[in-house]
Design a protein around this ligand. Structure first.
Ligand SMILES: O=C1O[C@H](COP(=O)(O)O)[C@@H](O)[C@H](O)[C@H]1O
Length: 253
């Protein structure tokens, strides 16, 4: 059975600090029973702030990063190094530091392909999605996805998670990854995990802050329709945590 828990923090700064502490502690717990651990990162304001808080935490040196594999829930389909790529922002916030310190092997960073001609990149979001599905399968025991211990998701003011937007056909995409066109939030082309991949995670943590998220957070927590509030389908196998600030929680009944 999967449980859902809502944790409300006073503001976005405390939320990011608490989410970082929770993530580092979860990694320590997982590493006490198995290795490697697999974590799916998110872009977005709170997601990146959480990584920056993890970078500044003394707990970060307690984690054995050589036994942590990092994945993404979605990516903006842009050239490598573009400042709007979720990968670029995560690297700046935490990953570059860990790699430079010799703690995190570069090969543990499973970025989604960028737009480009190099062999590691892709010409279309579909090509990137297919390559990422292959990489997920290579690190799985059953040809699906790795055993995701924690999967982080931001939520947009429209209720989107990863790059799964309201009323968009990607909501029903088969398989574990999807190329997305016509995203209402720029850039229009993206790559995303599907709900089938998200649902493979032991724990899904939705992180959201700000009053502009309040209505959709309330709709998701009231089990609204997925076509209107995609976040409702972001559910972990064992546990779903909603980590929000007071403003994002303010419309809950
Ligand atoms: O574009 C994206 O937006 C969402 C939410 O971002 P936020 O800034 O409103 O918190 C994010 O979760 C997703 O990864 C990203 O690509």
């Amino acid at each position: 059975m999967s449980t859902r828990l809502v944790v409300v923090h006073p503001d976005a700064a405390v939320l990011a600090e608490a989410a970082a502490a929770r993530l580092l502690t979860r990694l320590l717990d997982v590493q006490s029973v198995r290795s490697p651990a697999h974590v799916v990162l998110t872009g977005g304001t709170v997601g990146i702030r959480t990584l920056a808080a993890a970078a500044a935490s003394p707990l970060r040196s307690a984690v054995d990063w050589s036994g942590v594999h990092l994945w993404w829930g979605d990516e903006r389909f842009l050239p490598a190094g573009d400042p709007d790529r979720n990968e670029t922002q995560a690297r700046e916030a935490l990953l570059d530091d860990l790699v430079a310190a010799g703690a995190l092997p570069e090969e543990n960073i499973h970025r989604m392909p960028a737009r480009g001609d190099a062999p590691s990149e892709a010409a279309t979001p579909e090509e990137a999605a297919a390559a990422y599905a292959d990489e997920l399968a290579e690190h799985s025991e059953d040809g699906t996805t790795p055993h995701f211990d924690v999967l982080l998701l931001g939520m947009g003011p429209d209720g989107h998670v990863a790059s799964l937007f309201p009323e968009h056909h990607a909501l029903e995409a088969p398989g574990y990854t999807v190329g997305v066109h016509g995203s209402p939030k720029p850039p229009p082309e993206r790559v995303s995990l599907t709900f089938a991949a998200i649902g493979q995670a032991d724990e899904v943590w939705v992180v959201a802050a700000g009053s502009e998220k309040a209505e959709q957070a309330a709709a998701a927590l009231a089990d609204g329709p997925v076509t209107q509030v995609p976040a409702v389908r972001a559910v972990g196998r064992h546990r779903t945590l909603w980590l929000v600030d007071a403003a994002a929680a303010s419309a809950r009944g």
